[in-house]
Each structure stands twice: as C-alpha cells, then as structure tokens.
Design a protein. Structure first.
Length: 609
C-alpha cells in the first residue's frame, strides 16, 4: 500500500494517563473539528469505564500525522484485564510506555512491559504528568532502566527514547523542563522509532483476529492486523483455528479501517493495516483469515491462565425473580457463553450441582466487572466467595499444592506503616522492599499469596483512612503457604421474613453495624449486619413495638440508629465467608447464608467438622 502506516499500543499502570493522552493525540491531529464538543476520556465509551475512571476494554482509533496513518490502541492498565493487553500487543509494531512522573514504575507497568519486551517491541518511554508537584523524572527514568534490565531487555530495547509530557495540558517535549505548546515531539518520536510493518501485499493473505465487536446489522466483526497479502470486500478466504485446524471456506462481506474514532469502508487493505471484517460466521479470537489457494495459518493466541474462581448460581432466595428479567440457569449459561467469545481470559465450567457454574478469571475486578455488566443487563444470580486456583505439582516428596502469588505495592503515610505491615504479615505477606520518599510516605513491596488479598482492599482503606494506594500483579506459583485467618467478626442473621422496622434497628444498634435500613425487605437467613463479636447471631429485625394504652413523651420515643454500611458489589464479594452467598439483582445487592434455615446451618456445620 502507498500510505505510510504505524501501529502503536499505549500501555501503562492504571491511572497514569493513557486515555487522557489519547484524547490529546486525537485533538491535535485534526481528528475533531475546532468547534466540536468532545467528552473527556472519549475512548472510555463503556458506562462502567466512565463511572470508575478505568479502561476495561482495549480500543482502537487512528490519526494522520505528516502523511502517515497511525493506528493507536488504548489498553487497560489493570492486570485483571491482561487478556486484553496480551491480544492487542500482537497487532502493533511499537509501544508508548506511559509512566507517572511522581509514582514511577508500578506493578502493572512491570506486567505490560514484560509482555511487550517478550514480543520484541521497542518501547518509547513517556514520562507523563511532569508538571505535577513532586515530579522526579531522573528517578523514574533510572527505575525504568532497572526494570527493563530485570525483565531481560535487549541492548536495543534498553536504549529507549524518552519523551516528557503533560497529557492533561496537551504538550510533549524531548528535553526535561522544556514546555512546548503541543504533542508534535511525541508524534515525531513515533514516526522515528516505530518501524513500519514489513509485509508483501503480493504474498498470500494472512490476518489474525485479535479482538471482536458486534453489530445488530452485520453480526460479529473481527478486528486484526494484516501481516501479508491484500484483503478486499466480497473476497473468498480460508478461516483456520490454529496451525492444526482444517481450513473452512468463507466470504468476507465488508472491510473497514479506523479513521479517528470512526470506521470507514475500504476498497482494499494491505500489510500493516488494522482492519475490521464482517460476514464470516463464527469468527473467533485467535483465528487466522488466509488465502484459499495457499493457506498460512498462525498459532492460536495464548493468554495467562486464570488465578481466581467463583461459583455463579441461580438465585434461590425468597425474593428471587422480583427484579431480574433473566433468572434461569439456561439464561445465565447463554450469557456466560457469549462472554467467552470475546473475553479470552475467562473460563466457565459446569459443576455437579444443577444451576451452578464455576467461573474463573484473572482477579476480583475481572469477575466483578462481568457481574456488574450482567446485573445492568437484567440478570439475577447468586455468587460464592472467590477462591484461588490451585495447581498440583510433582515435588521431590510426591504431589505438592502450589498457589498463585501476587507482587503487591502499597504507598502509605508513615503513621499507617506499622498497622499495614502487621495486617500483611497475618496474611502471609513477605516484605521484599521498602522505600521512604522523604516526604512522609513510604512504598512497601510484598510477595503475598493471592488468597491473602481477598478482602484486603477494604481493610487497607480503613487502616489508612482512605489515603493509601495499592496495586498488585500476578507473580507466578509457589508452594501453599498454609492457612490464612478469615473474617474477624461474625454476622447478624435475620430470623424472619418481612420488612426492616426502625424500632428493631434501634434495639440492635449496639450489636453491630447494619447493612439494611428501615423498609428494606428481608428473609430468614439473610445477613442484615456485622456482629460486634466473632460469632454469628440470629436477630429479629422486623420486630415492632407492642402498642399499649399508656402515653409516653415523644422525647423518650425517639430512636437513634447508626447509618447502614452501603453494600457495593466489590465489598459484598470480598466480605462473604465460605458458607455465604452474595445475591445480585438489577436493583439490589444482598448477603445471605447458603443454608437459610438455622437447623440446616447447624447440620452443615456438624457435617463439615
């Protein structure tokens, strides 16, 4: 093709400014009209992404700069969505590695960089937010060099170019301390350091699908980069699943390219082009679209295995079916099957119990985002406490259980350091590094079993009064570290069905913190609060005051109750114990005991003992 093409991915730790930087690249390349009103973080189009300020799905766009067509992929920063990052890196020829000028390299920076270096990509390091108070560019560049060295970077990769930028204010410079008026230094660095894709348009076609989209008009859409050959609309092709699969004949309907944020129909596309194709039935991630006459399939894409699993169950509570449109096991299974088509890091397995599916993912966030999407779509279900995926390994003394380990980084105020270290010690964490910043904060690095992090984020926020920062990344498997203590407090369990009464809450206020407020529906076996002690307590939360003909003053009658704890999906999933379930409906999140009747719970406890 005669157009110059560059394909780049923007990778970084969460909240280091990827999506904001892409906004500026789109604006300054003339993608938007001068008077066009554009939302902030325009690439985060999903409702959940906008609400949480994170990128969940990789997005594509394209800009023109000095006659060159630059395809840009904005990738997620959370390791839980690493499946997205791993796929899109196979579509690009270079990466922009964004690093916060204050925080420096963080665990997820390590994760995405390791993937990019392993593929032979040479990063352009962008030190972002250099205008923040406390920016320390020299430290960041040295720490990045050390990180590359630890990850086994080649001599060429260690000789990385550095750009200093402020994504929020829309400028980039090649020299520290120099403030320019635009991002041209970054654009020019991309043209200079990212190689154009090498491929011959006259060779047989080779295109691997790395991402999927869906349209109600044309059905499933495959997205990928053409490695070689030319693709045209209405062209007959072969579709292969890996190098061993039998090619099947198919016909491409439309071929589209990215122009800005839009998709435009193309008459043809050649090597280096990132394209969207439709019309091929059952197209899936990792499949190769190739020539009919001389097929050249590529190996299927591989992603890291899941580390966490949860049971998704049909909701069997007395309040089931009141709010959800999709409540049966067949509807839940169909929805999970649809998710598997695009979410390559997810695994779904049937269990011996009817209506219970074992769903495995890369972390709590990965699974709770799926649950949040399902409840917004009208699904109703119950889920169990997250469990880590254990591996059986043959050791010198026979089979050994190995569990996933996480590399955890916490950034806390000096006054909270002792309490955080004590809590992490109880969770089998091992201190690997400690770095005070000289301004009243300290960064701690731990290696800790993934089990130890379940429920830790809530505890961490309480210990640090909301001032702490934490992030973690999967760091391999190690021998099982032994038992880790569970929740310290018991729960308050409703003994009857009905509606919560203010009078009853007043009587229970000194027993613990409540999850419910007056007027909320409850049922027998539902958890209504946290007990102030370590045992479970069955309580009557629907008890009303006995009416008599004695008159009392209104002052005596006033009931003061502590405001309830707001149950979010993440909090509920982290909070529950092994004998409890989280009930998720489009409008409500409730916690319940697995066995609703008290005598059933006692019998289950005796059998487990």
């Amino acid at each position: 093709m005669n157009t110059q093409i560059r394909n780049i991915a923007i990778i970084a730790h969460v909240d280091h400014g990827k999506t904001t930087l892409v906004d500026q690249l789109l604006r300054q390349s003339g993608t938007f009209r001068e008077n066009q009103q554009v939302a902030e973080r325009v690439m985060d189009s999903n409702d959940l992404e906008r609400e949480r300020g994170i990128t969940i799905l990789a997005k594509n766009c394209a800009v023109k700069w000095k006659g060159t067509h630059i395809n840009i992929v904005d990738t997620p920063g959370h390791a839980d969505f690493g499946g997205e990052v791993e796929r899109v890196l196979s579509m690009v020829d270079g990466v922009l590695l964004l690093i916060d000028a204050v925080e420096g390299p963080m665990p997820q920076t390590r994760f995405v960089t390791r993937k990019a270096l392993a593929l032979g990509l040479k990063p352009i390091v962008v030190v972002n937010k250099v205008d923040r108070p406390g920016a320390r560019c020299d430290y960041v560049i040295n720490a990045t060099f050390d990180l590359f060295d630890k990850l086994g970077a080649s001599e060429d990769q260690l000789d990385f170019p550095v750009i200093y930028a402020s994504g929020l204010n829309g400028w980039a410079s090649r020299r520290e301390g120099e403030v320019t008026g635009d991002m041209s230094a970054l654009f020019d660095a991309v043209l200079e350091h990212v190689p154009p894709h090498e491929g011959d348009e006259n060779e047989p076609l080779q295109l691997q699908i790395c991402s999927l989209d869906y349209s109600s008009y044309v059905g499933r859409i495959g997205i990928g980069r053409i490695n070689a050959g030319t693709l045209r609309p209405a062209m007959d092709v072969a579709v292969c699943e890996g190098t061993d699969g039998t090619p099947r004949r198919a016909r491409v309907n439309q071929v589209m390219k990215f122009e800005g944020l839009e998709r435009t129909l193309a008459d043809s596309a050649g090597p280096g082009d990132i394209v969207l194709v439709n019309g091929i039935e059952d197209i899936g991630i990792g499949m190769t679209i190739t020539s009919l006459e001389s097929p050249r399939p590529l190996p299927m894409l591989t992603v890291d295995e899941p580390t966490l699993t949860m049971n998704f169950c049909v909701n069997t509570s007395p309040l089931a079916g009141r709010e959800g449109k999709f409540v049966t096991s067949r509807q839940i299974r169909d929805r999970l099957d649809r998710e598997l088509q695009s979410n390559v890091a997810l695994r779904v397995k049937d269990t011996d119990d009817d209506g219970v599916f074992e769903v495995s993912g890369r972390g709590e966030l990965h699974l709770t985002i799926l649950l949040e999407n399902m409840r917004r779509e009208g699904y109703e279900l119950a889920v169990s406490r997250p469990r880590v995926v254990l591996h059986e390994v043959q050791g010198p003394n026979g089979p050994e259980r190995h569990e996933p380990m996480e590399l955890l980084t916490v950034d806390v105020e000096d006054s909270h350091q002792g309490a955080v270290m004590q809590e992490l010690g109880l969770r089998k964490g091992e201190l690997a590094d400690m770095q005070p910043d000289g301004r009243g904060r300290v960064r701690l690095e731990y290696r800790i079993p993934a089990r130890g992090l379940i429920g830790f984020s809530t505890e961490f926020l309480n210990i640090t009064r909301g001032t702490g920062l934490m992030s973690h990344i999967f760091d391999g498997y190690e021998a099982y570290k032994g038992d880790i203590g569970g929740r310290k407090n018991g729960v308050l369990i409703s003994q009857e069905d009905g509606e919560i009464v203010t009078y009853a809450l007043g009587k229970l206020d000194d027993r613990g913190r409540m999850f419910v407020k007056p007027g909320d529906p409850v049922y027998e076996g539902m958890i209504v609060g946290i007990h102030s002690r370590d045992n479970d307590l069955v309580v009557n939360a629907v008890r009303t005051k006995q009416l008599t003909n004695f008159r009392v003053s209104g002052k005596e009658d006033a009931i003061k109750i502590t405001p309830p704890i707001e149950l979010t999906l993440e909090y509920a999933v982290e909070f529950i114990a092994d004998d409890e379930l989280c009930e998720i409906t489009p409008k409500s999140i409730r916690i319940r005991k697995r066995h609703l009747k008290e005598h059933e719970r006692k019998r289950a406890a005796r059998e487990a003992a």
